[in-house]
Design a protein around this ligand. Structure first.
Ligand SMILES: O=C(CO)COP(=O)(O)O
Length: 279
């Protein structure tokens, strides 16, 4: 009984580090892609990328255990750490396998764990069983749990990954299993995403993905998901491959936490980039 009370407090304390602002919004960044998608530009210079991200003041950065151990020490106490517990692989896109556990997250000082889950495939039952186990393990020690859940199994083709029905199903499945923050695909417009948020009784965030071709589109997507009632975002590729990572992180933070319009954000970003060029 006591342990239960302590772990409830532990979760609140850690969530308070991840989501410190009264707005309840979450601005996460992630560098967890290398095993899943390859060692792409930005991840090949991982120490420098984390430094540039941290300088922009995100709410947390998500990574795998080896990268945390080798690269995260300078940011202890400055940026919350989210430890990724699962990954899919470049040759195996339809299944997240467990590669770390909640005890390791505790040892590394993580403020939350995050786990991937793919629904819509023949392996959905096993994926959900894994999510249920990790949710239980996290709850036992008061560790917040984030889930990157996507409708992408072998029964889902192409654009179906972004349909309101499939995204709602995926996000809701994670909420049903006790997830504190669900990250999923953006459905493409604020009206449809508001329907997802409305049907999912936990915090909902989006992944950045690769659909946005311009930074203006990226800022617009961010503005739209916040306006749709989402808790926030967990962004990776577009951010760490942007020409001025720190300026973009600072700007996105202002959109998410300070209500900046796309126009204001575009101006701020230009200003920050110009200042940097003058240095
Ligand atoms: O969480 C993510 C990958 O795990 C999202 O990253 P992207 O912004 O690169 O889609």
């Amino acid at each position: 009984m006591k342990r239960g009370l302590f772990s409830m407090l532990g979760k609140e304390v850690r969530l308070g580090r991840l989501i410190p602002n009264a707005d309840g919004h979450y601005f996460g960044l992630t560098v967890d892609h290398a095993i899943a998608r390859g060692v792409m530009p930005g991840l090949d210079t991982i120490g420098a990328t984390i430094a540039k991200m941290a300088a922009g003041g995100p709410n947390a950065i998500t990574m795998h255990k080896g990268i945390a151990e080798k690269c995260f020490a300078p940011y202890a106490g400055k940026v919350p750490l989210v430890l990724k517990l699962t990954t899919f692989g470049v040759y195996h896109f339809e299944e997240d396998v467990q590669v770390a556990d909640v005890d390791e997250a505790v040892c590394l000082g993580a403020d939350a764990v995050s786990t991937g889950c793919i629904v819509g495939g023949d392996n959905q039952d096993q994926q959900l069983a894994q999510l249920g186990r990790l949710s239980r393990d996290a709850a036992k020690v008061g560790m917040p749990i984030i889930c990157h859940i996507y409708p992408r199994g072998n029964h889902i083709t192409g654009a179906e990954q972004y349909s309101v029905e499939n995204v709602t199903y995926a996000a809701r499945a994670a909420a049903e299993l006790g997830i504190d923050l669900v990250k999923t695909n953006y459905t493409g417009d604020p009206e449809s995403f508001a329907r997802v948020v409305q049907a999912v009784p936990t915090r909902v965030a989006i992944a950045g993905g690769t659909k946005c071709k311009t930074v203006r589109d990226y800022l617009q997507m961010t503005r739209d998901v916040i306006d749709a009632g989402a808790a926030g975002v967990t962004y990776g590729r577009f951010v760490f491959q942007y020409r001025d990572v720190t300026a973009l992180v600072k700007t996105l933070g202002q959109v998410i936490h300070k209500g900046l319009s796309v126009k204001e954000a575009t101006e701020l970003l230009e200003q920050l980039e110009q200042n940097k060029n003058k240095e």
